[in-house]
Design a protein around this ligand. Structure first.
Ligand code: PMP
Length: 399
């Protein structure tokens, strides 16, 4: 008998499953609004010019391929801290921030989760309802019980802020609260600065542990504006966990570039925390890969490349916004009675469109337009070639 004879087939990842169906679809007009990647006007994942230049210089330098330190490239970790907290952060100057390069945002969440499990094994983890679908699975697989706090309000296409505050206000001390720092995935609906301030207060008053996930810095309102929530938490003198991802902002999805940062109370505490975090990393994958981290560190640390990257990031942000506007306008022009202007107020790559699962099914079956059954669409996959077809199809299924 095989060791595996009783192994059951695991359910397919819903979004990757959607991709497989999309790839098998032979209609030339098909559009994939399911997966969370930014594609440009040509419908391609861009290779940023700043990235290409940094890569070329790296190839020419023909460097040896030794191991990185467990916590990754020092210049990379330092650059991540500045992106999160600003160039003149007193916390950075005081040596109170610990950062470790990680395997994407996912890897950062995972080492953070494993470290937290060692610190406080009985803690619960609270995620938003809804949240990025891997949050629950990731924290559960690290051994935590995961609960959800109210977040999205379908009626108003906004945040159920009262519900969120009440839930956070009811949690036990030590509860880990996972918060989307900007560009909430899947809804596109973010908190206002005033609401963030209230969240910081309740987190502090109840002694909760904030874990900010920032996977879209620069896709909302800009690099600094999108880090506002991280900086509010930092200023509140809390122990903050932050997972960063550069998959989207550098268009480096497959290179797995992310980081975990932890704000501590003192330099001495930072040294102790880093030493323990390194044990978590060492027993998982030993040390991170070089290429993506080196590229990001070079771009962020070279003024000309940094300026180029900021411009390219701004272009991606502006294009997404133009696609939001374009979709709203076209739906209106197609005579759709429903007011879709909330799509313009959403931030980042995604929109909770308000379409039902049945309408999403019709989009796929009749028009070859693929979206997630929750009605989440990736606005960053729209372009001038497919936006008319998408708007017309949406208008049809809303009839
Ligand atoms: N957090 C959120 C909210 C995300 O949307 C994503 C990616 N879709 C991640 C984390 C993971 O990022 P990465 O691909 O860098 O692991």
């Amino acid at each position: 008998m095989s060791l595996f004879s009783a192994v059951e087939l695991a359910p397919r990842d819903p979004i990757l499953g959607l991709n497989e169906a999309f790839n098998a679809d032979t209609r030339p007009t098909k559009v994939n609004l399911g997966v969370g990647v930014y594609t440009n006007e040509e419908g391609k994942i861009p290779l940023l010019r700043a990235v290409r230049e940094a890569e070329q210089a790296r190839v020419e330098a023909a460097l040896p391929r030794g191991y990185l330190p467990i916590e990754g490239i020092a210049a990379y970790d330092a650059a991540v801290q500045k992106l999160l907290l600003g160039d003149n952060s007193p916390l950075i100057a005081a040596g109170r921030v610990v950062t470790a390069q990680a395997l994407g945002g996912t890897g950062a969440l995972k080492i953070g989760a494993d470290f937290l499990k060692r610190l406080n094994p009985a803690a619960k983890v609270a995620i938003s309802d809804p949240s990025w679908e891997n949050h629950r699975a990731l924290f559960e697989s690290a051994g935590f019980e995961v609960v959800a706090y109210p977040y999205y309000d379908a009626q108003s296409h906004g945040v159920n802020f009262e519900g969120m505050l009440a839930a956070l206000g009811s949690y036990d001390a030590g509860t880990i609260v996972v918060l989307h720092a900007c560009c909430h995935n899947p809804t596109g609906v973010d908190l206002s600065d005033a609401q963030w301030k209230q969240i910081v207060e309740v987190v502090k008053a109840r002694n909760l542990v904030p874990f900010l996930d920032i996977a879209y810095q620069g896709f909302g309102d800009g690099i600094d504006a999108d880090a506002a929530a991280v900086r509010l938490f930092a200023a509140a003198e809390l122990n903050v966990f932050v997972s960063s991802s550069f998959s989207k902002s550098f268009s480096l999805y497959g290179e797995r570039v992310g980081a975990l940062s932890i704000i501590t109370e003192s330099k001495d505490e930072a040294a102790r925390v880093l030493s323990q975090l390194k044990r978590v990393i060492r027993t998982n994958y030993s040390n991170p890969p070089t290429h993506g981290g080196a590229i990001v560190a070079t771009v962020l640390g070279t003024p000309a490349l940094r300026a180029m990257w900021e411009q390219e990031l701004g272009e991606m942000r502006d294009r997404i916004r133009a696609m939001r506007n374009g979709l709203v306008e076209r739906l209106k022009a197609a005579g759709v009675p429903r007011d879709f202007s909330f799509v313009n107020a959403q931030r980042g790559m995604f929109s909770y469109s308000g379409l039902s699962a049945a309408q999403v099914d019709r989009l796929r079956e009749e028009f070859g337009i693929y979206a997630v059954s929750t009605g989440r669409i990736c606005v960053a996959a729209l372009n001038m070639r497919n936006i008319d077809a998408v708007a017309n199809a949406v208008a049809q299924v809303l009839k």
